[in-house]
Design a protein around this ligand. Structure first.
Ligand code: NAP
Length: 336
C-alpha cells in the first residue's frame, strides 16, 4: 500500500511516498481503510522539527482521518467490520484527566498517522462517526474539534448565553464557533480578512473584528460587549496575544491556552488575578470528550467546514496551502 512519510523534516519538501505491506490484524486493534484525512497546523511544525524535535524519517504524518473498519483483532468489541470511525489523537487517552505518558501514542507524531491507504489502530481509540457526515467532514473532527470542545465544555463549562471569543478562522477556531453557537453562546470572531469574517457571520458569529484593521481588538471586544468581555476564550495564537486575550476576558472567564502560532512575547498576566480568570493548558482531549462532541454534532447535525479537498497524491500541495493561511476551517485529503 502507499503511504506518505515525513522524511528528513527540512520542510514540506521532505514529505515523500513509500510502499508498505498493508497492516494485519492484531489483538485489540482494528484495520481501517482510510477514506479521508485532514491537516492541522502542527503537521507543518512536524515537517520542520518544530514539534518536540526530530522524528523517525519513516513516520507517517497526520493525526486526523476517517475510514471504514475492514478487520478486527482478538478482543475488539467496541467496533465491528463496516463501522465508519475516527480515532482520538492521543490513542491511550480514553477518559479522565491528562496524565504522563499520553504523548507516547499520538497519531502522526509518536506513532504513525492517517496519511496511508490503511492503518492499524488500537480499537479503544476509535469512535463511530455520525451518519450525516461525509468522509471528508468526518476526517476533520479529532484534533481541531476536540480541542475546541475541551476548551468550551470541559475547561470552559460553557452555558447558553456565555460570550465566547475565537481568534482567527483556522480549524480550531471555526469548530469553536460552530460548537459554541450550537450550545447557545454569543460568539466573537477575529480575523485578518473581512472576507473570512463574512463567512464566520454566515455560520452565526455575532461580533466580527478584523485584527489587522483593529490592532487593539481586545478594546473592541470590551466595547462590543458593553464592557463585559468574553467568558470563554480559545487562545489559539499563543503567548504573544495572551495579554490581549486576558484584557478581553470577563471577570471569572476561562481561557484555554491552545496555540503556538506566535510565541514571540511573554504575556502580562496581571488580569488573571484582578479578574479571577482561570487559564488552562489544552492538549486536545480524551476519547470521552471526542464521544461527547460527536453526540452533540449528531444531535445538532453540525457540518464541519471543509475549505478545500486535495487528492492523496497531492499531500504536499495541501501543506503549502495550509502554510499560506488562506483557508477558512479545515483542509482535507481524499484517499480514493
Ligand atoms: N494545544 C492543543 O491541543 C492544540 C490543538 C490544535 C491546534 N493547536 C494549535 O493551535 C493553533 C491553531 O491551530 P489550527 O490548526 O486551528 O491552525 P490553522 O488552521 O492553521 O489556523 C490558523 C489561523 O489563525 C489565524 N492567525 C494566525 N496567526 C495569527 C496571529 N498572529 N494573530 C491572530 N490570528 C492569527 C489566521 O486566521 P485568519 O486568516 O482568519 O486571520 C490563521 O488562518 C496552532 O498553533 C496549533 O498548533 C493546539
Amino acid at each position: 500500500m502507499k503511504v506518505w512519510e515525513i522524511g528528513p523534516q527540512t520542510g514540506i519538501d521532505s514529505l515523500r511516498t513509500a510502499t508498505r505491506t498493508p497492516p494485519e490484524t492484531s489483538p485489540g486493534h482494528a484495520i481501517i481503510k482510510v477514506h479521508a484525512s485532514a491537516l492541522n497546523h502542527r503537521d507543518l511544525m512536524l515537517t520542520a522539527k518544530r514539534y518536540g524535535g526530530s522524528k523517525p524519517e519513516n513516520r507517517v504524518p497526520l493525526s486526523d482521518g476517517a475510514g471504514e473498519v475492514i478487520a478486527i483483532g482478538e478482543g475488539v468489541t467496541n467496533v465491528k467490520i463496516g463501522d465508519r470511525v475516527v480515532a482520538n489523537m492521543f490513542a491511550n487517552w480514553i477518559d479522565g484527566p491528562w496524565v504522563p505518558g499520553l504523548f507516547s501514542a499520538d497519531y502522526g507524531n509518536t506513532r504513525d498517522g492517517w496519511a496511508a491507504e490503511r492503518i492499524s489502530a488500537p480499537a479503544a481509540s476509535l469512535s463511530k462517526v455520525p451518519g450525516h457526515l461525509s468522509w471528508e467532514e468526518a476526517a476533520t473532527l479529532a484534533s481541531a474539534g476536540v480541542t475546541a470542545w475541551n476548551t468550551l465544555n470541559v475547561l470552559g463549562r460553557m452555558k447558553a448565553g456565555d460570550t465566547v471569543l475565537v481568534l482567527g478562522t483556522g480549524g480550531v477556531s471555526i469548530f469553536g464557533l460552530q460548537l459554541a453557537k450550537a450550545g447557545g453562546a454569543k460568539v466573537i470572531v477575529t480575523s485578518s480578512s473581512d472576507e473570512k469574517l463574512a463567512k464566520a457571520k454566515a455560520l452565526g458569529a455575532d461580533i466580527l473584528i478584523n485584527y489587522k484593521k483593529t490592532p487593539d481588538w481586545e478594546k473592541e471586544v470590551l466595547k462590543a460587549t458593553g464592557g463585559y468581555g468574553a467568558d470563554i476564550i480559545l487562545e489559539t495564537v499563543g503567548t504573544a496575544s495572551l495579554t490581549k486575550s486576558l484584557q478581553a476576558a470577563a471577570f471569572c472567564a476561562r481561557v484555554g491556552l491552545i496555540g503556538g502560532l506566535d510565541v514571540s512575547q511573554p504575556p502580562q498576566i496581571f488580569p488573571l488575578v484582578a479578574k479571577n480568570v482561570i487559564l488552562g493548558g489544552i492538549t486536545v482531549g480524551s476519547r470521552e470528550m471526542l464521544d461527547d462532541m460527536l453526540a452533540a454534532i449528531d444531535a445538532e447535525k453540525i457540518k464541519p467546514v471543509v475549505d478545500k479537498v486535495f487528492a492523496f497524491d497531492d499531500l504536499p500541495k495541501a501543506y503549502t496551502y495550509l502554510q499560506s493561511a488562506s483557508h477558512f476551517g479545515k483542509i482535507v485529503i481524499r484517499h480514493n
